[in-house]
Design a protein around this ligand. Structure first.
Ligand code: CO
Length: 134
């Protein structure tokens, strides 16, 4: 069921500073910032030869990553995103296996214009998992 690693997401306190570091120090291909108000984040995608890195900054008062940055002020790995072919079939299989889907269980449209879901980190060894329909 699980497919490619789509991206690793890193929460950062300063998106412009983090973007510049990836571009200038690492020589990475860094995309433009995008606001995702429905997810409470502003994101930048860094494209690598085999996957992507998603840099995340809080957007708005109720951002889900504000609490994360409250505990890890300098930033840190926030989630990993795996691709699945059929997100509803993947969700149903995971729920049957006892995994908890966050946010009511219905997919939202993610940063790539495709449906995404998040799975409870306690069900995946302390890692917040995002599924994206490829
Ligand atoms: Co993501």
């Amino acid at each position: 069921m699980i497919g490619r690693l789509n991206h690793v997401a890193i929460a950062v306190p300063d998106l412009a500073e983090a973007s510049a570091r990836y571009r200038d120090a690492l020589g990475a291909e860094v995309g433009p910032p995008m606001d995702l108000p429905e997810h409470g984040v502003r994101v930048v995608f860094v494209t690598l030869p085999n996957t992507k890195v998603e840099l995340l900054e809080p957007l708005g008062e109720a951002s889900p990553i504000a609490g994360f940055l409250g505990k890890s002020a300098g930033g840190g790995i926030h989630h990993i995103c795996y691709e699945v072919e059929d997100i509803l079939a993947a969700r149903d299989r995971l729920v049957e296996a006892g995994a908890r889907v966050l946010g009511g269980g219905e997919p939202k449209i993610g940063a790539h214009g495709k449906p995404v879901l998040f799975l409870h980190p306690k069900d995946f060894n302390g890692t917040l998992v995002e599924l994206e329909q490829a």
